[in-house]
Structure formats: structure tokens, C-alpha cells
Design a protein around this ligand. Structure first.
Ligand code: NAD
Length: 428
């Protein structure tokens, strides 16, 4: 067995090479698109609460901006590496391209552990990150957003620092702001609802109806909760959710065969998406092992928790009844499991299409900031539905026409759009 550590950037490049082959891209375009256009590495010195100075390492990677300003989140994580940031920046580029919003892809990070930092220290890291990169981000060049362990409050500190340096108001320099400070209504719902817009379209193509359908869900955080809400509104039944139990350091599946009640579960869930096991039992839920969600008799699986969940070890436990898998989470399926899903003919909606509602709504936030005029929530969600449905239809049409697996079809569309923009600009 190989002892080589998993490297996300190598995986992203391997995926890209496969698509480049399918598209028969010329060597210049391949060389341009398999590496970031630009990356910035810097130190952020922070005076800590105890009076000492600690230096944090920060990054920003701009993979490509041929289709519009680069776009991507900032992660605060103790295990952050430049290769993870590079991979995520490349994936953002494909995500904005597949959903056809006029943006490129980028990602940023700081190596730090927010659990061990005070609010004041976090604020200084956030402001320090902006001081190092201010000349290289902006509403028309590169727009950050929240991601792992960064929040709307952190976005607001970053915005304030940027505007102080630039001596003007630039609300569109960053997205994921609080709603009363330039954020968009509908952002909280956007990713989960977006997943269900694509599921609704997949069911139509399979001649199935949501009100006759049963789903099994992994995760009960932001994405899963809103996916369940909309799926229920369409008449669908969710028979179980699986989530992490902080106390036991284990995951559990909570099942009710005639359908879980979203409101009931929300009443016993903490802010990290963890369900109180005892209260769930009292409410009549069966408490099963964490991976039981994957083997349920359901029509739809919604992996919406974390990466690497459908693997060579458990993919054969997926019931024959399952017709659709929509990846709410990023990277929930390993390449080996992917092959089995493809062979079984399950309709897969790949992560960078299924969960692109979040970045699409961030784009709407920028549009509203530029107009200085804000839409009602219904208007935001209506526009989101139109955008995601069009993206889904373009991918599924190509998949049928060229007999491609949905994931490959989505990659082909995304990479060819970015390559075309590079050609149109005369870069390659
Ligand atoms: P979250 O932190 O709100 O919720 C995560 C959920 O997953 C929690 O319920 C947690 O208990 C559960 N979980 C964690 N480990 C688990 C395990 N081993 N087994 C079962 N459940 C487990 O996160 P979120 O914002 O809902 O994001 C979920 C996924 O969607 C992530 O992969 C994220 O990158 C991706 N995503 C999120 C957004 C967004 O807008 N929130 C956008 C695009 C992609």
C-alpha cells in the first residue's frame, strides 16, 4: 500500500488532465489551466493577548480569472496547506464556469486554529490578511468569501480594513457579509435549495415525482437542513439523517420510516448540526450506526456532510432502489466508488454542480452591492432556481448526447468554457 499522503492539488490536476484529454486541449491551454495564474504567500504578524507577537502564514491563490473576477472563500485552519488552497481554487474555477456566472476561481487561507484564539486575535488576523493582499483583491479582480471557520463577522472586519486602506466604500470586495451590512437575503438557504432544484430536474428526467420520493441524508448542517426543507415542500419524504456526535466522537443515523420532522429535529440540534441523541430517542427516532444512511431503501441519497463518505468499502451497500445521488458536500465520493455508481447507472449530480447555489448567491450579493439596491428573498431564490436549472439542463443534455457520466459532462462544460475565455482573450 502506498504511504504517500493524499494531495488534493495532485488529485485536481489528475481530474483536469483527464478532461483535457477528452477535450483534446492544446498543450499551451493545458499548461495554463493546470496551474494557478497567481499565488500570494505572506506573513501576518499579530500581537497576541499575552503581549507576545505570533506570525501566521497566509495565502491567496487565483487559479484563473479569464471569465471574470476570481471568486473563492478564505479558510482559517491549523492544517491548511498551499496545495489544498491550490486545489480548492481550481475547483472554484470549474464551479463558477459550470453554473455560468461571470467569475473565475480563487481560494485563500491562514494557518491558525480559531478554537485557540480570542475574538480580538481573530480580528487582527483577519485585518492583517487584508493588509497583505489589499492591492491584489477587489470587486473587479478577486472577491473572497467565508469558508471553513470564517464567518460573516470576519468578512465584515476584512471589508472594513479594505475600505480603510482604499478610502472608499467597496461593499462588493467580499461576500457572505451579514444581511444588514450588504449581505444577500437567501444566502443561508441557497446551497441546500440549489441541491434540490437539481434533484427536482433529475427526477423529471427519470419520470419520477418528488411527492412519491424518499430521500436519505448524510449531514444535518446548513446544506442538509435547507435541502430537507425544500424537498419536504415539494412533497418528498426524508426517512433519515446522519450527523456527528461531539460527545461520543462518532456519527449516528436518526431514522423515522414514515419521515423525519425537520422542525422537531431542529429543536434538538446544536449550532454545529449535531443532534441530541437522548432527545431523539425520546421523540421516537431509531438511532442507528453513522453509516446506516447509505444503505436505506430510498430513491435519493443526499451526502451533505463531509468529503470521502461514499467509498469502495461501502458503495455496494447502496440499495437497488436508489436512482439519484446529489452531492451536497464537496468531494463525498471517492474515484473508486464513482466507477461503481457509474456502472450501476445511478443518476449522479456532481458536487460542483449540485452545491453551486452558494457561490451563485454570492454572485447575486455582488450584483446587489454594485447596484446598491437589494432584492427580496423570493427574487433572489427565483433567480437562483433559473440559473441552477439552466446549468443542470446543459450538463444533462451533454451527458446524454455524448454518452458521458454526469461528472465528466460537468467537467467538460466547465473546462471548455474557461479554455474558450482564455482563447478569446488571446492568452492561448
Ligand atoms: P455544517 O458544518 O453546517 O454541517 C456539517 C454536518 O455534517 C453536521 O450536521 C455534522 O454533524 C455532519 N457531519 C460531520 N462529520 C460527519 C460524519 N463523519 N458523519 C456524518 N455526519 C457528519 O456544514 P455545511 O455548511 O452544511 O457543509 C456541508 C458540506 O457542504 C461541506 O462539504 C461543505 O464544504 C459543502 N458546501 C457547503 C456550502 C455552504 O454554503 N454551506 C457550499 C458549498 C459546499
Amino acid at each position: 500500500m502506498s504511504t504517500k499522503a493524499f494531495n488534493a492539488f495532485e488529485m485536481a490536476q489528475t481530474q483536469f488532465d483527464k478532461v483535457a484529454e477528452l477535450l483534446n486541449l492544446d498543450q499551451g491551454t493545458r499548461d495554463l489551466l493546470r496551474q494557478p495564474m497567481r499565488e500570494f504567500h505572506f506573513n501576518i504578524p499579530v500581537r497576541m493577548d499575552d503581549g507576545t507577537v505570533q506570525v501566521f502564514r497566509g495565502f491567496r491563490v487565483q487559479h484563473n480569472d479569464a471569465r471574470g473576477p476570481a471568486k473563492g472563500g478564505i479558510r482559517f485552519h491549523p492544517m491548511e496547506t498551499i496545495d489544498t488552497v491550490r486545489a480548492l481554487a481550481m475547483w472554484m474555477c470549474w464551479k463558477t464556469a459550470v453554473v455560468d456566472i461571470p467569475l473565475g476561481g480563487s481560494k485563500g487561507g491562514v494557518i491558525c486554529d480559531p478554537h485557540n484564539l480570542s475574538v480580538r486575535e481573530l480580528e487582527h488576523i483577519a485585518r492583517g490578511w487584508v493588509r497583505q493582499i489589499a492591492q491584489n483583491i477587489g470587486p473587479l479582480s478577486d472577491v473572497p468569501a467565508p469558508d471553513v471557520m470564517t464567518s460573516p463577522q470576519i468578512m465584515l472586519w476584512m471589508l472594513d480594513e479594505y475600505e480603510t486602506i482604499m478610502r472608499a466604500q467597496y461593499p462588493g470586495v467580499i461576500t457572505g457579509k451579514p444581511v444588514n451590512m450588504g449581505g444577500s437575503l437567501g444566502r443561508t438557504e441557497a446551497t441546500g435549495y440549489g441541491v434540490i432544484y437539481t434533484v427536482r430536474e433529475a427526477l423529471k428526467q427519470l419520470g419520477m415525482r418528488p411527492d412519491n420520493s424518499i430521500a436519505s441524508v448524510q449531514g444535518f448542517g446548513n446544506v442538509a437542513q435547507y435541502a430537507i426543507q425544500l424537498f419536504n415542500q415539494l412533497g418528498g419524504t426524508v426517512i433519515c439523517v446522519s450527523c456527528w456526535d461531539q460527545g461520543d466522537s462518532l456519527s449516528y443515523t436518526y431514522r423515522k420510516k414514515d419521515g423525519v420532522s425537520l422542525d422537531q429535529l431542529l429543536g434538538i440540534t446544536d449550532r454545529f448540526g449535531g443532534i441530541d441523541k437522548k432527545k431523539a430517542k425520546d421523540l421516537g427516532y431509531e438511532v442507528l450506526p453513522g453509516d446506516a444512511w447509505i444503505e436505506q431503501e430510498a430513491d435519493i441519497l443526499l451526502p451533505s456532510a463531509i468529503e470521502n463518505q461514499i467509498t469502495a468499502e461501502n458503495v455496494n451497500k447502496i440499495s437497488k432502489r436508489v436512482k439519484v445521488i446529489a452531492e451536497g458536500a464537496n468531494g463525498p465520493t471517492t474515484p473508486q466508488a464513482d466507477e461503481v455508481i457509474q456502472q450501476r447507472g445511478i443518476f449522479l449530480i456532481p458536487d460542483f454542480l449540485a452545491n453551486s447555489g452558494g457561490v451563485t448567491c454570492s454572485y447575486f450579493e455582488q450584483v446587489q452591492n454594485a447596484m446598491n439596491y437589494y432584492w427580496q428573498k423570493d427574487e433572489v431564490l427565483g433567480k437562483l432556481d433559473v440559473k441552477m436549472t439552466a446549468a443542470f439542463l446543459a450538463v444533462s443534455e451533454l451527458a446524454v448526447r455524448k454518452k458521458l457520466f454526469m461528472r465528466d459532462a460537468a467537467f467538460v462544460i466547465a473546462v471548455s468554457r474557461v479554455a474558450q475565455a482564455c482563447r478569446d482573450r488571446g492568452w492561448v
